[in-house]
Design a protein around this ligand. Sequence first.
Ligand SMILES: [Zn+2]
Length: 275
Amino acid sequence: MSIASLRDVLGPAKSGGYGIVGFVVLGWEDALAYVAAAEALKSPIILQAGPGFRRHMPVEVSGPMFRHLAETASVPIVCHIDHATSLEECVAGIDHGFSSVMYDGSRLSVDENIARTATVVEYARRHGASVEGEIGFVGYDSGEESEMTIPGDAARLASEAELDALAVSVGNVHLQQKKKANINLQRLAEIEAAAACPLVIHGASGVPAKMRRHLATQTGVCKLNIGTEFRQCFGDTLRTVLATESSLFDRIAILDRTRQPLQAIAERAIENLRL
Ligand SMILES: [Zn+2]
């Protein structure tokens, strides 16, 4: 049994100077590939169910699925709800087996964000689950603009809501298909000095590998969420398989072909965050 919370894996990561990948899961095959990568490298990982995946597969199904993967793995695995915007979503996730939630109050005023995040933390604590919050706003490529995190706000949310992890906006952007994020290390250092909490970078697909490694090994960033990079690998692999193996028609056989390439880049992503 190796189901873990963010507290279990981010504390050691922070003191040990390495980072943990938050894998954005979209189905069974990619989840298997990420767990296989974690086991091959004997590394903890975080499996994340984001809003799109939760619309595709209800938490009543994904909760037990994630839990089964964690409980049969030989390494610690955090089963995490990503970007929940209501207490109800967090409660549903925790009640169906998730060991961790991200409550995203980044569109609210700072006071409201703190108050609502604290309510989520209260429920999560009673059930042994961990909570990640967000302050500032991590925008979207070709979509909503980012708002840089203000260190004083980060300190307030982290301490008043007693967070286990805090997502910050320091130049990182969601859904970037190219490695073009420009991380503001000065602002990150100010946030780190103000808020004693493991920090999280969303949109790490857009962050160059060298910078990801720097963030994980030299700063207070302990969790880096990666989604787009793996979705690109899945799509590219699928296109190649269908183009080159014209007799394939079985869903299981087709999707199985994506596992090995996904596992290979997942292993590289995990390794890159270690010293
Ligand atoms: Zn995010």
